[in-house]
Ligand binder design. Structure first.
Ligand code: DGY
Length: 326
């Protein structure tokens, strides 16, 4: 463990590779204890460290639940370097008066860009085609070889028209889809800005040529895409998930893709993560899998890190959090 001494509030940073701008910011008024092992902090270390600190800088790989909070007697604030907070038991934090901040807005554009890239990559079979170039599969020009599906004239469905869903919709409009439809817990006023029609979940499933998941992982959305919902989709529908892996049943997705129940899938998130290299989804040509890189631009990750740090500093000094979860 690396630590700098002092009487200032203590903050535990759960990962070694956190952008330095956030570390510098925290160091300006706190004592930092930073996990310096490889990868995610082991649960036992997290428990030990959280017991002695006032602030916690965590990532989406750290489970913050009642069991952990029980030992975190001094903890005042948690700042997660992520917009998603399904790894945090919000009720347990609230019950104990532990403040919680996340990093909305700053990653919207990067994540929406990646969503569009993954959609195009899956629809036009880019990884599969590039593989053919390398493995000698590129023969003479062939009328129907490597044909995919165009966005123009299609119906694009978005599940979750929040910040990221809306930005994806905006970025897709120039591709001239015939229709944008969306399903959300409630109708969104902003939908008018992208001319998106609010539809039922059933209609979203049955009418989308491309179905993009940009909703949060909740008890309602966990495993929402399963055998039953895949059966409602078009046989050539393309599913894109850049939200959270457990929204889609990996087993049912494999069945749907390998039996032609749906056309293709592009996943930036899986269940589990990382997806084991021998996972059967990776044997399918009609499934593109990326390693959870939606927000992975240097500038975005730096901004996420500094916002997480700002949340912690605000919480420790009794100020409102710049991005508070509750
Ligand atoms: C998040 O922030 O929740 C993303 O999944 C990673 O950037």
């Amino acid at each position: 463990m690396a630590s700098n001494a002092g009487k200032r509030p203590k903050v535990f940073v759960t990962r070694k590779d956190v952008p330095q701008n956030a570390i510098d910011l925290l160091k300006s008024s706190c004592e930092i204890i930073q996990y310096d092992g490889v990868g995610a902090v082991p649960r036992a270390v997290l428990k030990e460290r959280v017991a002695e600190v006032d602030g916690l800088f965590c990532l989406l790989t750290d489970k913050i639940d009642g069991d952990l909070l029980d030992v975190a007697k001094k903890l005042k604030v948690v700042g997660t370097m992520s917009v998603g907070y399904d790894h945090i038991d919000v009720k347990e934090c609230q019950k104990r008066g532990v403040l919680l901040g996340n990093t909305p807005d700053v990653l919207t554009e990067a994540t929406a860009e990646l969503t569009v890239a993954l959609l195009l990559c899956t629809a036009r079979r880019l990884t599969e085609a590039a593989d053919e170039v390398r493995n000698g599969g590129w023969g003479t020009w062939n009328p129907l070889w490597m044909c995919g599906k165009s966005l123009q004239g299609s119906t694009i469905g978005i599940l979750g028209l929040g910040r990221i869903g809306l930005s994806v919709a905006k970025k897709l409009l120039p591709f001239e889809p015939a229709k944008l439809i969306y399903y959300n817990r409630s109708e969104q006023d902003a939908a008018a800005t992208v001319n998106a029609e609010y539809v039922s979940m059933d209609k979203l499933l049955s009418e989308s040529d491309f179905l993009i998941i940009t909703c949060a992982l909740t008890t309602e959305t966990r495993q929402l895409f399963n055998k039953k919902t895949f059966a409602q989709m078009k046989n050539d529908a393309i599913l894109i998930n850049t939200s959270r892996g457990p929204i889609v049943s990996m087993d049912d997705l494999f069945e749907a893709l390998s039996t032609g129940q749906i056309g293709a899938a592009g996943l930036d998130v899986t269940d589990p993560e990382p997806l084991p290299t021998d996972h059967r989804l990776l044997t399918l040509k009609n499934c593109v899998v990326l390693p959870h890189i939606g927000s992975a631009t240097v500038a975005t990750r730096m901004r996420m890190a500094s916002l997480a740090a700002e949340n912690i500093l605000a919480g420790l000094s009794g100020q409102p959090l710049p991005a508070s979860i509750y």
